[in-house]
Design a protein around this ligand. Structure first.
Ligand SMILES: CC(C)(COP(=O)(O)OP(=O)(O)OC[C@H]1O[C@@H](n2cnc3c(N)ncnc32)[C@H](O)[C@@H]1OP(=O)(O)O)[C@@H](O)C(=O)NCCC(=O)NCCS
Length: 195
């Protein structure tokens, strides 16, 4: 899980947000409870506990060959969190692909661009690491703002409840045309109910 080993703060950005200082940085191991609280709050009573558990499982999952976990910090307080974990394609071992999941921003900080900044930062980081492709299962109107598209033939690992939410973004030009077939996620994400 080399995603956790990269030194925090190496790839750090800082922007002014409504007069307060917002930073995006890698999460640290001791922040697990904070991360889980963010998802529990943002996803609400029903989904919250499920996603909080997913975050814990994913960041402790040896089958998640690599992952990256970033937080948004406003005036020193962690207000948003995003995870990208590696996925593999049986027939395309050369393709370095990741799935974006989950993403959450505390209610009080929503609709201020925090989510989009976390996505943009993560995509830039992955691109700098040589990643080829990023997938996400979410609201198409939200993720299309970051360049994700439904115009691809990558198969989800499970039958999807909302096929229109299965989106992809190529970081290496042409990758979406050359990669086909089903992908394999980390065990923590390989739960049919999530899909
Ligand atoms: C989805 C979420 C991460 C967006 O974070 P955010 O910081 O509020 O998003 P941004 O400020 O970057 O973008 C806000 C824009 O996205 C839109 N948006 C926010 N949540 C959305 C959603 N679930 N679906 C579609 N669009 C959404 C808003 O309408 C807003 O657009 P507008 O300002 O033009 O009206 C946040 O609402 C959240 O944590 N929701 C609960 C958890 C969740 O659903 N996570 C995503 C699935 S993994």
């Amino acid at each position: 899980m080399w995603g956790s080993i990269i030194v925090c703060g190496l790839y750090r950005c800082s922007v002014e947000r409504n007069g307060c200082d917002m930073k995006i940085r890698q999460s640290q191991q001791h922040e697990m409870e904070t991360l889980q609280r963010i998802h529990a709050e943002a996803f609400g009573e029903v989904e919250g506990p499920v996603i909080a558990k997913l975050v814990h499982n994913l960041l402790h999952d040896d089958t998640a060959r690599s992952w990256f976990s970033f937080v948004a910090e406003a005036d020193g307080r962690v207000v948003g969190h995003i995870v990208f974990s590696a996925v593999t394609f049986g027939g395309h071992p050369e393709c370095q692909a990741f799935i974006l999941s989950p993403l959450a921003v505390l209610h009080a900080f929503q609709r201020q661009g925090v989510g989009q900044r976390l996505i943009a930062y993560g995509l830039g980081y992955l691109e700098a690491q040589g990643a080829d492709l990023v997938l996400v299962y979410g609201d198409p109107s939200y993720y299309s703002r970051s360049g994700f598209t439904t115009d691809h033939t990558v198969q989800a690992p499970y039958r999807l409840q909302y096929p229109e939410g299965w989106l992809a973004l190529e970081l290496t030009q042409g990758m979406l045309k050359s990669v086909q077939g089903a992908l394999q996620c980390a065990d923590a994400l390989s739960v049919p109910e999530y899909w």
